[in-house]
Ligand binder design. Structure first.
Ligand SMILES: [Zn+2]
Length: 297
């Protein structure tokens, strides 16, 4: 199979990295020699990958607030919801509208946006997460196949918060995004950044590689090229400031270091200071895409 981004067929293996969360298996991260796009080599097929998500932590994001980590997690989530909301309004120049959240999980973001006046639909693979969103927040959440039933040009904004890197067929998803988005609508994609300061620091031990659940490791350059191929114009790139602490702490924990949270916060702080002048060095980046007008194509 050719490269997802450029179609070329020559690759080199960069390094092997381990699935610390569930299986303990190792996978190679492979790079296209033509365009430098990196991806997880030989991942489990879509029908078989379900078992690699069977972790307490992945379903996670429970509402326990006992440990310091859990408390910090809840504080961070509250902060991030506000930040994502501000980002949607800034990118779309709208205070309300229709929003489709792909990979809506347990529905926190969808519900938050709904309370802020947006009409929100979620798409979620996990049936339990879909049920939770409906019973808890009253949000309408559809299974992935039902995206086909969403009308053309009906959304002002479509969001993928750390989701695109999990999808086996991102081309199909971007085709649906293009169909569903209004002509002046915006697509927001948050992704881990393999060019980040923490990715360089941790190398093959960077927790956000998260193999084999993360299939694609987009950088600003490869995401922009991929989006262009799918008929999108790339706009501003923004940072998700807290992810470096979380990812650094996870990376230390995976390696078996003591006091991973403390070390993660320390490393995150030092790396943030050290790379303050480097563009797009944040652990996670948020990409803003618009539909290319027919005349641009
Ligand atoms: Zn390529």
């Amino acid at each position: 199979m050719g490269c997802l981004v450029c179609g070329e067929t020559e690759f080199t293996d960069l390094f092997a990295t381990k699935d610390h969360l569930v299986s303990g298996e190792s996978f190679f991260v492979r790079r296209c020699t033509a365009c430098s796009f990196t991806f997880t080599a030989d991942p489990p097929a879509e029908e078989e990958i379900g078992r690699y998500y069977l972790s307490e932590e992945y379903i996670s994001h429970s509402d326990k607030k006992q440990t310091l980590t859990e408390r910090l997690y809840h504080l961070a989530r509250r902060y991030m919801l506000g930040r994502k909301h501000r980002m949607v309004t800034a990118v779309t120049h709208r205070e309300s509208g229709t929003l489709l959240d792909i990979g809506s999980g347990t529905g926190y973001f969808a519900s938050f946006m709904n309370k802020k006046g947006w009409e929100v639909t979620g798409i979620e693979l996990n049936a339990q997460a879909r049920n939770d969103s409906v019973t808890r927040f009253g949000i309408s959440v559809l299974p992935p196949a039902e995206i086909k039933a969403i009308p053309d040009r009906s959304a002002d904004c479509i969001t993928f918060w750390h989701v695109l890197e999990h999808l086996h067929d991102p081309v199909m998803w971007m085709r649906e995004v293009k169909r569903i988005l209004k002509d002046d609508g915006k697509c927001i994609i948050a992704l881990p950044n393999p060019d980040s300061a923490d990715a360089r620091w941790f190398g093959d031990r960077w927790a956000a590689l998260d193999v084999p659940r993360h299939l694609w490791h987009f950088t600003p350059a490869t995401l922009s090229r991929f989006a262009g191929n799918q008929g999108f114009k790339s706009g501003r790139i923004r940072a998700l400031p807290l992810d470096i602490f979380y990812i650094s702490a996870m990376s230390y924990r995976n390696i078996g270091c003591r006091l991973p949270l403390f070390r993660g916060i320390l490393t995150g702080t030092l790396l943030t200071i050290a790379s303050i002048l480097r563009k797009n060095s944040a652990s996670s980046l948020i990409y803003e895409l618009s539909k290319q007008a027919a005349r641009d194509l």
